[in-house]
Design a protein around this ligand. Structure first.
Ligand code: 5RP
Length: 221
């Protein structure tokens, strides 16, 4: 058992019969989906919404019944990883590029459980580059505005030499803010910028954090 597996498996214990569950994205969420899949094979009855095409494929592999978001008004529970978790349970997410769907699912869930190996716990957000999802149309304008306003290193995310395209057909700019002293303020500022679709700051959204350790221990915050 590794730290990510410990956190993912532990969080999967919160899932109960009849729940609508949001499935996160990434290598930690992978373990939560795996464990939920094992429980479904043993008779657990749930429906789920995946936050990325990759997690949807994984859910299908484990025969977890999937529904479209429009079929329900809200979810009972969402379980997802994070790139950083600060002392107030504010998060940086989107390292895997799924931040928009992840935030939509998280804010529409009764309970949002973050699963993280202990290395993700930080005093302040900002060491991890903050993903900012922007529309492809004239993306250079939003990118340039971000550079001008914040004057921090920002780069367009690429994959195989091409601009990275999210599951929603958008681009991502990754910004190195250093220490983010007021995540709430930055969150509102970014959200107000035309051309920015969403960003990876999750402030006042997480209800519970499950921290995993290499020896298989978990801590619930
Ligand atoms: C994907 C995410 C992931 O939850 C985040 O990047 C953590 O990933 P991992 O569990 O692989 O470390 O936000 O968009």
């Amino acid at each position: 058992m590794n730290a990510k597996q410990a956190a993912g498996y532990r969080a999967a214990e919160w899932v109960e019969d009849g729940m609508i569950v949001g499935l996160g994205t990434g290598s930690t969420a992978y373990y939560a989906i795996e464990k939920i899949g094992q429980r479904v094979a043993q008779g657990l009855k749930i429906k789920a919404i995946a936050t990325s095409n990759a997690s949807e494929e994984l859910a299908k592999k484990y025969n977890i019944p999937l529904i479209r978001a429009a079929e329900v008004e809200h979810l009972d529970l969402a379980i997802d990883g994070a790139d950083e978790v600060d002392a107030n349970m504010a998060l940086t997410k989107g390292g895997g590029g799924a931040l928009l769907r992840e935030k939509l699912v998280a804010i529409n869930s009764e309970r949002f459980i973050v699963i993280a190996d202990h290395s993700k716990m930080v005093p302040h957000l900002g060491n991890f580059k903050l993903p900012i999802e922007i529309v492809p149309f004239c993306y250079e304008w939003a990118f340039g505005q971000l550079q001008r306003i914040y004057n921090v290193p920002i780069e367009m995310r690429t994959r195989d030499g091409e601009l990275y395209i999210t599951d929603n057909g958008n681009y991502i700019a990754d910004a190195s803010f250093g220490v983010i002293s007021d995540p709430g303020k930055l969150s509102h500022e970014l959200k107000a910028m035309t051309g920015v679709v969403e960003h990876g700051l999750f402030v006042d959204i997480a209800h519970t954090v499950v921290v995993g350790y290499e020896d298989g221990r978990t801590e619930v915050i």
